[in-house]
Ligand binder design. Structure first.
Ligand code: BGC
Length: 453
């Protein structure tokens, strides 16, 4: 696919105004309580969904019986979690042939172009991974996603989901996506031995400036890289800036920011950018050529102290040999953000002109079950959006995250992971941070952020 094509597709998809909706889907909603399970094993999506002829408006013609899934879960624990999801689906639907079609690249950095071109060309996959919320709007604006409010979202499923998450699946009013997880973004992971050697106690780091001091100590006292950050793709710096901003200014200002009023926060934004620029001294020498999971590997190997990353990083620790929670690694909320559960959610959708309406419906039904979410999330490093998933197999770390979620005051959406702002804004911001990674120029970044909104 040529670059020209992709740009063209992008502009066709982004020709409408998104700003009106930005920031309105601003929170996942109050953390609900877990029902603790009612004995339901959830797999009720089962074959109840058979008999569909795509008569819900999908005009895909003959069902091919092949289910093509496009996603970006190819790193560490991501891949294992995805396989666990497919295993569960295959148990229920051995007749469906799955065509696995990954578009590798952390945070979906490579999936957009592929999907947008295919959806616009009327040649979509059966389903694809996408963040709910604002990221869906280019598709819903153009009517490119089927309404699955009847075929998939039956009453049982509607009742079981956290309201805030279900709302994100209906940015235009009707339900078009099935969310499958809730990640937390504002984590600071660390290698326990490296911090011990440095004499740093993560629990004592109070704010983003304090983290700078801790990194300085790691640099002086050990041979380890203080912060295992990647700058090959801009999203990790964009998300770290979000956490710094929340850590310094709080969530109310963050909400103002994602609402687009950057100018009223000029000095606050500049301060957060200065902090991020100061962190850059402590990145790995190869930061510009590694992926997020390669960075995380440096933490696993004891070559790096800290990592700011979503808790998919914990999924990777789960699939690493002999790297144990609390003895070898641990996590504190990013300094200054305790009480905040900044959420990142993945979902699957039913594109129109679907090549396999029956199979797609079966898959989406399955993704919404207790069984699917109980298999997928513990390995992925996320908690389930259904409130009735038994939590006993989630391990100590996710149990703690789950408690933090329940006790959190607020669950703001993330910019770098599509839920908070429209894709046009997100991509302008990505460009700002791609430049910032190279230049560390605060003036240019401030202006870029202001203009992006
Ligand atoms: C997704 C996660 C994924 C991470 C890194 C995020 O945008 O929501 O599921 O693990 O990117 O690829």
């Amino acid at each position: 696919m040529s670059r020209d094509n992709s740009n063209d597709s992008k502009s066709r998809l982004t020709r409408r105004h998104y700003v009106a909706g930005a920031g309105t889907l601003a929170t996942v909603g109050i953390a609900g309580c877990s029902g603790g399970g009612d004995g339901s094993d959830g797999s009720d999506g089962g074959d109840g969904s058979d008999g569909s002829d795509g008569g819900d408006g999908s005009d895909g013609g003959d069902s091919s019986a092949e289910l093509e899934i496009v996603h970006w879960w190819t790193a560490g624990g991501e891949q294992d979690a995805y396989q666990a999801l497919l295993d569960g689906f295959r148990e229920e639907h051995p007749d469906v042939e799955i065509v696995d079609n990954p578009a590798p690249g952390g945070a979906g950095s490579a999936i957009d172009t592929v999907i947008q071109n295919r959806v616009i060309d009327g040649n979509p996959p059966s389903t694809f991974q996408i963040w709910p919320g604002q990221a869906l709007t280019p598709y819903t604006d153009e009517g490119l996603l089927e309404d699955i409010g009847e075929s998939v979202w039956d009453e049982e499923m509607r009742d079981a989901y956290l309201d805030g998450v279900r709302n994100l699946a209906q940015p235009a009013g009707n339900l078009v996506a099935v969310p499958i997880n809730i990640h937390r973004l504002n984590n600071l992971f660390y290698n326990v031995s490296v911090l011990e050697e440095a004499g740093v106690d993560a629990a004592d780091i109070d704010d983003p400036q304090g983290l700078l001091a801790a990194m300085e100590t790691v640099a002086t006292e050990t041979d380890a890289t203080p912060m295992a950050h990647q700058t090959q793709a801009p999203w990790s710096s964009l998300q770290m800036w979000e956490s710094i901003f929340i850590g310094q200014q709080g969530v109310d200002d963050y909400q103002t920011l994602i609402g687009g009023d950057v100018e009223s926060l000029e000095s606050e934004v500049r301060t957060s950018l200065e902090t991020l620029a100061a962190y850059a001294e402590y990145y790995p020498e190869d930061a510009g050529s590694i992926s997020w999971d390669q960075g995380n590997n440096q933490v696993i190997e004891g070559d790096a102290a800290f990592l700011h990353q979503g808790d998919w990083a914990a999924g990777q620790y789960g699939s690493a040999e002999g790297f144990e929670f609390e003895t070898d690694w641990d996590m504190v909320p990013f300094p200054g953000t305790s009480g905040v559960y900044q959420s990142v959610i993945d979902s699957f959708v039913f594109p129109t002109n679907n090549p396999s309406p029956d199979e797609t419906e079966k898959f989406l039904n399955y993704a919404g079950t207790v069984d699917a979410q109980e298999r997928f999330n513990p390995i992925k490093g996320s908690i389930p959006p259904r409130t009735d998933v038994p939590m006993d197999e989630f391990g100590d770390f996710l149990t703690r995250q789950f408690e933090d979620f329940q006790n959190s005051n607020t669950q703001p959406p993330a910019i770098a992971h599509g839920t908070a702002v429209a894709p046009a804004i997100q991509s302008a911001l990505s460009e700002v941070f791609a430049n910032f990674n190279g230049s560390l120029n605060v003036d240019a970044a401030y202006e870029g952020i202001r203009d992006a909104f």
